[in-house]
Design a protein around this ligand. Structure first.
Ligand SMILES: [Zn+2]
Length: 121
């Protein structure tokens, strides 16, 4: 993957890099000219891979208060919806899939006590 123009090499000043590894929103960039490597924050266009339905359904939190839960499970916890909304605003890695989940979830009846009690079933 090319990272041209996103970085400037500390060693030789070139701005042509390849991403040779990627994790947690960071990429390991290798300078095409001198081979220097450094971890850096992934450019937006790399971090934002298309979110699939499977990403939304099968994602489980690996950190935080809802560790091990899916987005839907976290959403049913006290303040879960607020947490999802907060993560959607602050976490680059999770932003898109949570946004997708929330978009879909808005079709459903919210259990959030703060939300409007839509529907009478
Ligand atoms: Zn270099």
């Amino acid at each position: 993957m090319k990272l041209d123009g996103h970085l400037t090499c500390d060693r030789c000043g070139a701005s042509a890099h390849d991403a040779i590894d990627e994790r947690r929103g960071e990429v390991l960039a290798e300078c095409c000219f001198c081979g220097a490597m450094e971890w850096c924050k992934a450019p937006k266009r790399l971090a934002s891979e298309p979110v699939t339905q499977r990403d939304v359904n099968e994602f489980r939190f690996k950190f935080g208060r809802f560790t091990g839960m899916t987005l839907a499970e976290a959403d049913t916890q006290p303040n879960g919806r607020k947490y999802l909304e907060y993560m959607a605003m602050t976490n680059d890695k999770l932003r898109e899939r949570i946004a997708e989940y929330l978009k879909q979830g808005s079709q459903r009846v919210s259990q959030d006590a703060c939300g409007e009690a839509a529907g009478t079933q």
